[in-house]
Design a protein around this ligand. Structure first.
Ligand SMILES: Nc1nc2c(ncn2[C@@H]2O[C@H](COP(=O)(O)OP(=O)(O)OP(=O)(O)O)[C@@H](O)[C@H]2O)c(=O)[nH]1
Ligand SMILES: [Mg+2]
Length: 147
């Protein structure tokens, strides 16, 4: 079974955009908070140098693909609804999607490094929101939730 990666973060920061780029699964993307409600699931591939070239052998992979000495290892991605401050108290879409995330082996936090969305995910001029706050907010909300 492939690794399950949960794509998390504040709402309206590009989680679904990243998910679509990584999996080629077409999902709703829009410049307003809470576009994603139900989780999106797709498969992406991690590219790694295969050992077959180094050992000079012909391989026969069972769970991945080897193309010209490059291994494509499947990973499952889950794109979920975004968080805003107080989600653990039920604000925004609350924490109900955390039930889906419970199955994830890894959480991948997408951050709007350009600072062009406020704490609630509303568009603001680039550089006017501190992305560090976003990192701390998501971390605190996860710690406060029952995840
Ligand atoms: N400039 C810029 N815009 C981006 C980037 N990634 C996403 N966007 C835009 O940001 C907006 C929100 O993108 P989504 O992928 O829907 O964001 P999300 O985090 O999934 O949003 P929710 O599902 O509502 O929580 C869209 O208008 C995207 O085109 C990026 O790297 N740069
Ligand atoms: Mg989304």
């Amino acid at each position: 079974m492939s690794l399950l990666i949960g794509v998390i973060g504040k709402t309206n920061v590009g989680k679904s955009t990243f998910f679509t780029a990584a999996t080629m699964v077409s999902v709703s993307i829009a410049n307003h908070p809470f576009t994603t409600i139900k989780p999106n699931i797709g498969v992406g591939y991690v590219r790694k140098q295969c050992v077959c070239k180094e050992f000079g052998v012909r391989d026969n992979p069972q769970n991945s693909i080897c193309i010209n000495g490059i291994r494509f290892i499947p990973v499952t991605l889950m794109d979920v609804a975004g968080l805003i401050p107080g989600a653990h108290k039920g604000r925004g879409l609350g924490n109900k999607f955390l039930d889906d995330l419970r199955k994830a082996d890894v959480l991948l936090h997408i951050v709007d490094a350009s600072g062009s969305t406020d704490a609630e995910g509303r568009p603001v001029p680039p550089g006017t929101y501190n992305p560090i706050e976003e990192v701390v907010q998501i971390q605190n909300d996860n710690e406060n939730s029952c995840y």
